[in-house]
Design a protein around this ligand. Structure first.
Ligand SMILES: [Zn+2]
Length: 184
């Protein structure tokens, strides 16, 4: 299924937010861990109980302050930078495809089905079943439906269990364009 550009942007934003959040949590945990280790050092180093008490108190305060002041700027975090770079490359590739329609036809040509699943011949007038997105030749599917109204999609492996109806058939403009660009 083709994801629209806006939808894709939204999904990428969501994904980036997750990565960013993950980086922030990661950083907070590391800082907290550092403070905690210092606190433990205070505790074990001092034999004198009074000094230990004072040190623990100051360490606890330090801990609280440090936790609340942890810098959550993760814009330079390696993980986030890597994610951004990755997405940038991906979007560049998508943009390349979208601006070059002939290249896209060429690319998708591999899986555009030009053979009618009913007659096993090259499709002349392609129609798409909007229920399952499979394409047939208008003539073939119309003939079959005249004979038997309770016909399921003839494409092998199709997951749709619904009967094919003329109401669900639309001209398949992508296949049509492909057939015109690539005459027999
Ligand atoms: Zn189908």
């Amino acid at each position: 299924m083709f994801i629209e550009t806006n939808e894709r942007k939204k999904k990428l934003k969501e994904l980036r937010d997750i990565v960013q959040n993950n980086c922030i949590q990661d950083k907070k945990l590391k800082s907290a861990e550092n403070v905690r280790n210092r606190l433990l050092e205070f505790y074990y180093d001092d034999d004198d109980d009074d000094v230990a008490q004072t040190n623990i108190k100051s360490a606890l305060n330090e801990y609280k302050t440090a936790i609340s002041e942890i810098n959550t700027d993760v814009s330079n975090d390696d993980k986030l930078l890597e994610f951004d770079k990755h997405v940038e490359t991906l979007l560049d590739r998508v943009a390349d495809k979208e601006t070059d329609t002939s290249a896209e036809l060429q690319l998708t040509g591999g899986y555009i089905n030009v053979i009618d699943p009913i007659s096993k011949k090259r499709i002349v007038d392609p129609v798409k079943n909007t229920i399952c997105d499979h394409t047939y030749d208008r003539e073939s599917i119309t003939q079959i439906l005249k004979i038997n109204k309770k016909t399921r999609c003839p494409v092998i492996g199709c997951k749709s269990t619904e009967f094919v109806t003329l109401a669900h058939l639309r001209t398949d403009i992508v296949t049509k364009a492909y057939l015109e660009k690539n005459p027999e």
